[in-house]
Design a protein around this ligand. Structure first.
Ligand SMILES: Nc1ncnc2c1ncn2[C@@H]1O[C@H](COP(=O)(O)OP(=O)(O)OP(=O)(O)O)[C@@H](O)[C@H]1O
Length: 428
């Protein structure tokens, strides 16, 4: 793999603050957080003793921020980078019910409320349509539930997937389900099918609380001819990560399975915090990535070659003071993590052949469709003595293809031929 090294840059840390909910107001919570968007300052007030802790970040959003603004100002660049052959990561972290899933997924009912993932899916294909180049787009969706990495799409969703490191230092997830997609709608279908399979449970803090860390991967490859007249594949992986919340189990009063889930999430988030600390401490000689599946998969995103934005969600409620303080302290440290975004240009014959053979399948399908249309054209002209309706034929055929490819939720494996044993999710 050819890699044009770039200089290091800090990961972007963004704070998004949610206002008091009706429930907070009814339970007499007060506002313990103030956000100054112009100075990018967040103040956390200890209302009992009148003290205040101030933090500054690259970008802070109050409760009136729009989904579009949040995407445009933080994720659009990352998506553009992935199209250009860089890895990109968006991580949604924060306290319970603070809007982590709202930022990533948002609401399907109202386009204005769509989150980063649906917006990214649309932008990717809008940009691809503006290009002459051919692109391959593939998606995978896994979650980490009680310490096990599992597919959220395809068959065998209960199988625990192994994470391993290849001899050249890449982190891969074995048997991850990967689906080739040809348009934004299909990509969104994969995402939504995975979401339907995710584990959401009711807690005292949130009726729809995420019980596992969810990681949606979009791999984008494009081919070009280099100055040496040889073919190269530009390859970028976009990781869209919705983390489960750290939970004070005494507060959420969960028991049984919910308690096990919370303990497992807390332990992986504690490793996440240790990795952030180690990466930003001058004294540290070891980064404990391997202590959890989450940080192993995110190795490239934290201190690696990815362009990364870390959203830290907090709420204004005075009852969440302790959790907000922990989240702000982690975010404040994460500001000092440096990554080296690195362009990935593949020149090995295996990658090029794989890319070209995928594209040749498209040509085969296109030729078959053309032949079918031609015979339909001739037959219908003979039968009706009228020209065939080409446009509606094409739309029908495309719809059929999309449906066949994306019947993910029916446990029917899709794009089986597209499924490699493993995909690279992290690089040294
Ligand atoms: N900025 C926002 N504007 C409007 N509604 C929001 C906003 N952020 C969150 N919400 C609403 O607050 C509720 C909780 O949000 P969400 O489920 O996204 O939180 P979460 O942090 O993912 O929760 P959990 O930690 O339990 O997984 C949802 O009803 C969501 O629609």
């Amino acid at each position: 793999m050819l890699k044009a090294k770039q200089s290091s840059e800090p990961i972007k840390v963004v704070i998004r603050c949610k206002g008091l909910t009706q429930r907070d107001i009814e339970s007499k919570a007060r506002e313990a957080v103030t956000v100054d968007q112009s100075s990018c300052e967040v103040s956390l007030h200890d209302l009992a003793n009148g003290k205040c802790k101030k933090f500054t970040f690259e970008q802070v959003y109050d409760e009136d921020s729009s989904q579009k603004q949040v995407f445009d100002e933080n994720a659009a660049d990352i998506v553009q980078g992935v199209l250009g052959g860089y890895n990109g990561t968006v991580i949604s972290y924060g306290t319970c019910a603070s809007g982590k899933s709202f930022t990533m997924n948002g609401s399907q009912e109202d386009e204005e409320l769509e989150g980063i993932v649906p917006r990214a899916c649309k932008v990717i294909f809008e940009k691809i349509e503006q290009q002459e180049k051919k692109y391959l787009v593939k998606a995978s969706f896994v979650h980490i539930y009680q310490g096990e990495t599992r597919n959220l799409i395809g068959k065998n969703k209960n199988k625990s997937l192994k994470i391993f490191e290849t001899s050249d230092g890449q982190i891969q997830v074995k048997d991850i389900k990967t689906v080739r997609v040809r348009d934004a709608e299909s990509l969104l279908k994969v995402y939504r099918a995975g979401l339907r399979n995710s584990y959401v449970g009711s807690t005292r803090m949130n009726a729809c609380s995420t019980r596992s860390h969810m990681l949606f991967f979009i791999t984008i490859e494009s081919e070009e001819i280099g100055e040496d007249d040889k073919p190269y594949i530009r390859k970028g992986v976009l990781k869209l990560v919705d983390l489960a919340p750290a939970e004070r189990t005494r507060k959420t009063c969960c028991t049984g399975e919910r308690l096990k889930e919370a303990n497992s999430v807390n332990s992986s988030l504690s490793v996440f915090g240790q990795v952030v600390s180690a990466l930003t401490s001058k004294r540290s000689t070891y980064i404990p990535y391997r202590s959890s599946s989450l940080t192993t998969i995110l190795r490239d995103s934290l201190g690696g070659t990815s362009k990364t934005v870390l959203f830290t969600h907090i709420t204004k409620s005075s009852y969440s003071y302790d959790e907000v303080l922990i989240a702000l302290k982690l975010a404040n440290r994460a500001k000092f993590i440096k990554n080296k975004p690195t362009l990935s240009l593949l020149s090995d014959s295996e990658s090029i052949l794989e890319f070209q053979s995928e594209l040749s399948k498209d040509e085969l399908v296109e030729n078959q469709e053309e032949q079918k249309m031609h015979s339909f054209d001739v037959q219908s002209s003979i039968a009706q003595d009228e020209p065939a309706d080409h446009d509606s034929m094409v739309i029908e055929q495309e719809q059929k293809l999309a449906d066949e490819d994306l019947s993910v939720n029916d446990e029917k494996d899709i794009g089986e031929q597209d499924t490699p044993d493993a995909i690279t999710v992290s690089q040294q």
